[in-house]
Design a protein around this ligand. Structure first.
Ligand SMILES: Nc1nc2c(ncn2[C@@H]2O[C@H](COP(=O)(O)OP(=O)(O)OP(=O)(O)O)[C@@H](O)[C@H]2O)c(=O)[nH]1
Ligand SMILES: [Mg+2]
Length: 428
């Protein structure tokens, strides 16, 4: 199957912890603090790679983690920064937060490179914390925590025009006739299983990119047939060539066909259903003498008053195709030149917040003691008896990294934690 989707886990590096140490010199008993700063954790960056056209690589590896920054050392020694990791994706890849489905980035158009998760900053060493009243600071800042996310990658091809229609109506035949693309063509349904792109060159008019997608059927918007698998690919196209078997060679009615497909587009996404359409009434070479009810007349009578022009064509003989292409080129000129780009809706920087607070976790007997100059202030405002306050507190423990630090220190269910005036039992 065409790899146009993947779900992966990404994680940026944690910042290295600041160091606590004191100068030791001969004959100087109480040297000042000289703990160095931690290094920066690696970012997770996405980059467009022109050479790629599938998300195949993400089928093999699903977890990507940048390294942590190194901790600071004695004598103001700065921890080493970690390297960033760069994930290469084909142009047109949309990155979404997996749970909410919100867009984090659209790797297309001018966006060639985007930092998706920033690595944590390194913590400051205790050299920074000496004050007049606190000459021997025992704490250094821990590095900022790493950030992690499950994301969905979805490749949405970038084409000006999408070919839509029932299976076997001749979409791929049309694409192969007017572009250098060589899609598979056969006389059965769902011959096309993945989108094909081709460039239409026109003499004296602007060319465009055409995308052929698998055939749609009733219920496609709910996933029937290949369902969403391919509807996703027409989200970016600016207009549609709606291909219909005008000869009704499989016994369906062409007018009904058009309505059925449009109903699916509408159900999938009302916004794309509003985009301009033109009907390519195909297989006209198979229309024999039909007396009063010529299907082409019926199509025109039904759709042209609604602003959808009908072009009789034959993918087999080439009749009518030229007119269709020049019309489409002219319509595209009236539409915005920019490709359809998805706006960012999810901002990891804001969603995955944590406060940048220095603190220490120490064990006094059986009790875990958390201390830090700003924590008291933060907590002073929080009413833990209210549900909201308590939820904030829990998030606070997690986002600051205090929870992780407690776990590192070996805390277990039911153990007691003390933070300034507060004493509570630890439960997951
Ligand atoms: N007689 C005639 N046959 C055509 C014409 N266009 C396409 N065909 C035939 O119709 C069949 C289906 O053509 P395709 O281009 O594969 O159709 P499709 O719409 O891409 O089909 P799916 O990929 O299954 O959705 C093939 O046997 C084509 O040769 C036409 O204008 N006239
Ligand atoms: Mg096809």
């Amino acid at each position: 199957m065409f790899a146009d989707r993947a779900k992966i886990f990404i994680r940026s590096g944690k910042g290295g912890d600041g160091h606590v140490s004191f100068r030791r010199e001969l004959y100087v008993p109480n040297g000042g603090p000289d703990g160095g700063d931690g290094g920066r954790g690696g970012d997770v960056i996405f980059e467009v790679d022109e050479g790629l056209n599938t998300l195949q690589d993400f089928r093999h590896q699903r977890k990507f983690a940048a390294k942590d920054g190194e901790p600071g050392g004695k004598r103001r020694c700065h921890g080493k920064d970690a390297e960033d990791i760069v994930l290469r994706v084909p142009e047109g890849t949309v990155i979404k937060e997996a749970e909410s489905g919100k867009v984090i980035a659209d790797m297309s158009g001018e966006n060639r490179r985007q930092i998706i998760l920033k690595g944590g900053k390194g913590g400051l060493g205790n050299q920074h914390f000496a004050t007049a009243v606190m000459q021997i600071p025992k704490y250094a800042q821990p590095g900022q925590p790493s950030r992690e996310l499950w994301v969905n990658l979805e490749l949405k091809v970038i084409a000006d025009v999408g070919l839509v229609g029932f299976p076997n109506v001749g979409k791929s035949t049309l694409l192969s006739r007017v572009t250098n693309a060589q899609p598979k063509i056969a006389n059965y349904h769902f011959t096309t299983l993945n989108p094909n792109l081709g460039v239409v060159d026109l003499d004296g008019a602007k060319g465009f990119v055409m995308a052929d997608i698998p055939g749609l059927i009733e219920g496609a918007s709910e996933g029937v047939g290949l369902g969403h698998e391919f509807l996703r690919h027409i989200e970016r196209t600016k207009m549609f060539i709606h291909v219909v078997d005008a000869a009704g060679s499989e016994g369906r009615d062409p007018v009904e066909d058009i309505y059925k497909i449009n109903t699916e587009l509408e159900a999938y996404n009302p916004e794309i259903a509003k985009r301009p359409q033109v009907i390519a009434a195909n297989k006209t070479d198979l229309i024999y003498d039909v007396g009063d009810s010529n299907p082409l007349d019926r199509l025109k009578a039904e759709f042209e008053p609604k602003g959808i022009p009908v072009f009789p064509i034959s993918g087999a003989t080439g009749t009518g195709i030229r007119e269709l292409l020049y019309y489409v080129s002219g319509e595209l000129k009236k539409l915005p030149d920019k490709p359809v780009i998805f706006e960012q809706e999810y901002f990891p920087e804001e969603e995955l917040i944590y406060q940048d607070l220095p603190f220490t976790v120490e064990k006094e007997g059986e009790i875990y003691v958390v201390e830090g100059p700003k924590i008291e202030k933060m907590l002073g405002y929080t009413n833990l008896d209210s549900e909201k306050g308590f939820a904030f507190f829990q998030k606070f423990l997690k986002d600051t990294g205090i929870l992780a630090e407690l776990e590192d220190a070996g805390i277990e269910e039911g153990d007691t934690v003390r933070m300034y005036g507060l004493q509570f039992d630890y439960y997951k």
